[in-house]
Design a protein around this ligand. Structure first.
Ligand code: WTA
Length: 664
């Protein structure tokens, strides 16, 4: 089985970090009794969590209705997510508690209490109602990291409208595909958002998509950057104008536990992204549960910060729903880590100080930091002098998510950010799982750098071999053997695709697409995807999606895409392209093809390099040999190529790969 990450010799699997005694002394969880409880009766365990962490308008009568592959959790229960995230905290006397410390990239700040957030959410829920939205409708959200984003999400949940958030870096085509698949009635967006000191336009992308989004009746636009944007009368409305007259009075609707909460599109092995469906009661239970215990949350004193974008599942679960349900105080930062506050921006942007994150941690007294390995590797590259110049003593727990963390990055995080005091939670999960599945818990687990350790209580994981036989030690495919509360409820509009994608490979098991290995102590080491999905800076992009964007260019006859190991981004996208006969290979054309992908899918999916080749290596049955292409681009030995139809293709490829410069 081909893993993406090599477990190096640098460290040993025996290198262990027990929870620091001072930390363990006061930790929320200090022993494995929760695992014992869940192993004895996992339904009863999750029912207890659901009743403890969530307030129900009506209690549920059935904990789990499981008809593989369809799960229903807490059936018969009625609840409201925005009530759980807002009203009940205010009713408990915590209305003046800070929900979010928000900092814009230009240094502007907003402190929003639970009471203020509640008022804004009620107003926007009334705006949505005024525009004709009702329970069961879908709203597409395409926004920067501004407070209006969680406000819009919570307003949707208040009245049972499902949101579908499209990450702000995605292209008009991506908006259009997702909008049409979900049949969204409204798009909520902004003129632009700040990134690296400039206003990066969003409404303009929505406009480009809208021509082909027939279901959209209204567009609401937040004025973040004061850009002059086109507003179509009757269809487009300014957020601030609608909010100016909206009432703060809006009851939270009691919704079914299985009411659709949101869709989030994610890449699979085909070119068409899948609308992952999450519902209300089970999802909220698991994200509140995992947020509380993975980060040892003390809502009364902690200032928690997840640096992800809300457009990804990490932001949904661990910036918005988990933290707010738990009554936490969080930080949200709009911009990029290499953009300092304006007073520190002198000269060439490349020379700007790279300490915005550490500056924020010091100023707000951040207690938990949750970020991605790719970000950590970038901070390593920038150098430890940046964090060293700041007081990071408020930090208690560190987290990572999105891809396997290499031990070197783990050690750097531990040493230079955690200052050897803070447990690290390497959390493995997926858009499909909704919340954490595998992670150490800071007061209990002895960690090993690079290992996600083991499942959290109530989650059941097994590795299997090609035949589906359980593997006790060594490498295997990661499978989940029992349903969990935040499990995806399906793929929007494609029940068969749901079964085929996740449940058909191994009988009775959810197959996650990841390979992993179990060491002699039973610790899990995630090895990356075993399917045709790449992981670039923690973001999932399918080879098929990029290939179809490449062949969409008129000059391209055939394309094959591979994810090659990359020091910074985990994997980098490399596109092999065969030109149509009438086109001449040139650097200009190569660059044009490369930019074409960015135009179709967004800059994240732009190949690091496009290599023009006369032919592609194929098996006799015509399948492109991706492994071989990856080996070529990584300059490795070619291994076994006896199944290659035309051996000479490889030599040719190798010379071209060496010629092709890697681009940013
Ligand atoms: C990968 C992100 C190793 C994995 C929450 C998974 C990880 C995919 C980890 C899901 C981790 C995520 N260690 N690999 N701690 N966390 N992954 O849907 O391949 O954007 O299948 O969800 O990211 O990516 P997604």
């Amino acid at each position: 089985m081909a893993g993406q990450v090599t477990i190096g010799d640098f460290y040993s699997e025996d290198r262990t970090f027990p929870p620091p005694p001072e930390f363990r002394a006061t930790a929320l969880v200090k022993d494995r009794s929760m695992w014992d409880e869940a192993n004895a009766d996992y339904e009863a365990f999750w029912a207890r969590q659901a009743r403890e962490l969530v307030t129900w308008f009506e209690d549920f009568d059935t904990v789990l209705d499981w008809q593989l592959p369809f799960a229903k959790w807490f059936v018969g229960g009625k609840l409201n997510v925005s009530y759980n995230c807002l009203d009940r905290h205010i009713e408990a006397g915590l209305g003046d508690k800070v929900a979010y410390y928000w900092e814009g990239e230009p240094g502007d700040t907003v402190v929003l209490t639970y009471r203020q957030l509640h008022a804004e959410v009620c107003k926007f829920a009334n705006v949505l109602k005024g525009l004709g939205l009702k329970t069961g409708d879908r709203a597409l959200i395409y926004m920067p990291m501004v407070l209006e984003l969680p406000i819009a999400m919570l307003a949707c949940t208040r009245i049972g409208v499902a949101h579908s958030i499209v990450f702000g870096g995605f292209s008009p085509d991506s908006i259009m595909d997702r909008c049409n698949d979900a049949e969204a009635r409204i798009i909520i967006t902004a003129d632009a958002g700040y990134r690296r000191g400039v206003a990066s336009g969003l409404k303009v992308n929505v406009d480009a998509a809208l021509a082909q989004c027939p279901t959209v009746e209204n567009v609401v636009v937040v004025n973040r950057c004061g850009l002059d944007v086109e507003m179509e009368p009757g269809r487009d409305h300014w957020w601030h104008e609608l909010m100016a007259t909206a009432s703060t009075d809006c009851a939270a609707e009691p919704l079914d536990s299985e009411q659709l909460l949101f869709l989030l599109y994610t890449s699979g092995t085909t070119a068409k992204p899948k609308g992952i469906m999450h519902t209300t009661g089970g999802y909220l239970t698991q994200v509140a549960f995992s947020h509380k215990y993975t980060f040892d949350l003390r809502p009364e004193s902690d200032v928690y910060w997840c640096g992800a974008d809300i457009g990804w599942v990490t932001g949904h679960s661990y910036i918005v729903y988990g933290p707010l349900c738990n009554g936490a105080t969080s930080v949200i930062y709009e911009g990029t880590p290499d953009t300092p506050r304006p007073e520190f921006r002198q000269g060439d942007p490349a020379a700007w100080p790279k300490d915005r994150l550490w500056d924020i941690i010091e100023r707000y007294g951040v207690t938990q930091l949750y970020t991605a390995p790719t970000a950590i590797r970038t901070f390593m590259k920038w150098g430890e002098q940046w964090p060293a110049a700041h007081d990071l003593s408020s930090l208690r727990v560190l987290g990572t998510v999105g891809e396997p963390i290499n031990p070197e990055a783990w050690m750097w995080y531990h040493t230079h950010i955690g200052r050897e005091r803070c447990p690290i939670a390497d959390t493995w999960w997926q858009t499909e799982t909704g919340g954490h599945m595998i992670s150490p818990w800071p007061g209990v687990t002895t960690t090993k750098p690079g290992s996600a350790c083991g499942p959290i209580p109530g989650i059941f994981i097994e590795l299997v071999d090609d035949e589906g036989q359980v593997v006790q030690r060594g490498g295997g495919y990661l499978t989940i053997t029992k349903p969990w509360p935040a499990i995806l409820r399906g793929i929007w509009g494609s029940p068969e695709r749901y079964f085929d994608t996740y449940w058909s490979r191994f009988d009775g098991r959810y197959f996650a697409g990841d390979g992993a290995k179990l060491d002699d102590d039973g610790y899990l080491w995630l090895l990356g995807r075993v399917d045709d999905v790449m992981n670039v800076s923690g973001h999932r992009i399918s080879t098929a999606e990029v290939e179809s964007a490449l062949v969409d260019h008129p000059a391209v006859a055939e394309a094959a895409v591979v994810g090659a190991n990359d020091e910074l981004t985990g994997q980098a996208i490399i596109g092999y392209v065969i030109l149509r006969g009438t086109y001449q290979a040139s650097d200009v054309l190569r660059e044009e093809v490369r930019q074409h992908v960015a135009k179709k899918l967004g800059p994240l999916a732009r190949p690091k390099a496009v290599i023009l080749v006369p032919d592609l290596p194929k098996t006799r049955s015509g399948k492109i040999m991706r492994r071989l292409l990856r080996d070529v681009v990584e300059g490795r030995s070619l291994g076994d190529t006896t199944t290659l139809a035309d051996q000479s293709v490889v030599e040719e490829l190798r010379t071209r790969a060496l010629d092709a410069p890697a681009e940013d």
